[in-house]
Ligand binder design. Sequence first.
Ligand SMILES: Nc1ncnc2c1ncn2[C@@H]1O[C@H](COP(=O)(O)OP(=O)(O)OP(=O)(O)O)[C@@H](O)[C@H]1O
Length: 413
Amino acid sequence: MQDHLAIEVRGLSKRYRRGAIGMSSLREEVELFLARRRDQRPRRASREFYALKDVTFSVPAGSVCGIIGRNGSGKTTLLKVLTSITEPEEGEATLRGRVGSLLEVGAGFHPELDGIENIYLNGAILGMSKSEITSKLDRIIQFADIGDVMETPVKRYSSGMYVRLAFAIAAHLEPDILLVDEVLAVGDADFQRKSLAKMKDAAGEGRTVLFVSHNMAMVRQLCDIAVYLEAGHLKQIGASSSVIDAYLLGSTPRSTQGERTGTDELWGELRILEPSSETACDHLKFGGDYDFVLRLGASQPFRRGVAEISIFDQEGARISSLESLAEGVDQFDFTQPVEIVFNVRSLGLLPGTYIAGFSLFAWGEEEPRLSVEACLSFEVVAATVNDAYWPYLREYHGIVRLSHSANLRVPGS
Ligand SMILES: Nc1ncnc2c1ncn2[C@@H]1O[C@H](COP(=O)(O)OP(=O)(O)OP(=O)(O)O)[C@@H](O)[C@H]1O
């Protein structure tokens, strides 16, 4: 193995048998359940499949590497193979140095032992001496910041407390390689911020971090390289920004170039353009100016209407909408297609991935005549460091930035 490589994975394959409930991801179970209800099909027979297939890549020491991919693409399986929780059928993985991991809430903890005893237990597993662990104890307790439960058996901890303590241990026992699954999402925003900073520090000290996440803004911010898995195969590895772009494009519901949706009688097409440009963009800068252009066509006259563009986050929560009526546009003469241009200025959506859709209502009717929930996805990226807005990051500041100013005053004077 080459010295500068902390992790080397060669031809890794892992097979599972699908069938029993609880073995598949939740989403797969829900899909299966719905499919069965729809078709009354008998239960799918159990069969083998590859959760990982011939995966080969390496990670240089001192890098922070993101592992990304859709649900069920094999990310967790990869971490489980790397930590020897599961054995691969083929291939091999070599990890250079001491490995600390944070995979599942509660994993690596003994439920009957209290917080402090678990710190010693984990340290011992990592091969540390008692005095080495004692010297780090205060920092771990301080980082976990879970109050006076350190002497309570961890089986009584909430999942948030588990994660706080587990991350504090994993990060402070100074493993050479730190493997972190999405568990951090359980912690609150403040704790996530501390954890991200800690992972960055770890890399700065020459440690290697492998970080599984669905949060592209976080991966983009934290990781210098990324591995993109698709259905157990390695789809791409490289600089995190280009791998994330490839992943987002792959999971885009439809082309950002805009695509006609609807019927011959009534259709719409949504594009995002830079003002006075005809080129569609899918990477928008936080704080930038954009035109959301909705082209509509109808075969029947449809005079008074309300057009609305809805913007959702990756989890499907509606973040905002743009609405024509409030802006004084409500007369659509459909003798030929029309375009409604929504001028969005100083875009206040924080870096992250968003999905847009649109609907068209006839005046006075409750149900839309045309409704398209997701027709394009776009990503908002942080502007450059020189930009006044650059520090605004979603995981620290929420999803939208309200336009505001601030001033100082002394009450009563
Ligand atoms: N113990 C198991 N037995 C059978 N199948 C399994 C087992 N563990 C995982 N799988 C299946 O292997 C595939 C990969 O799962 P894995 O958890 O690695 O995906 P993932 O990318 O981490 O997904 P997610 O993003 O949803 O966490 C999925 O189809 C999953 O259902």
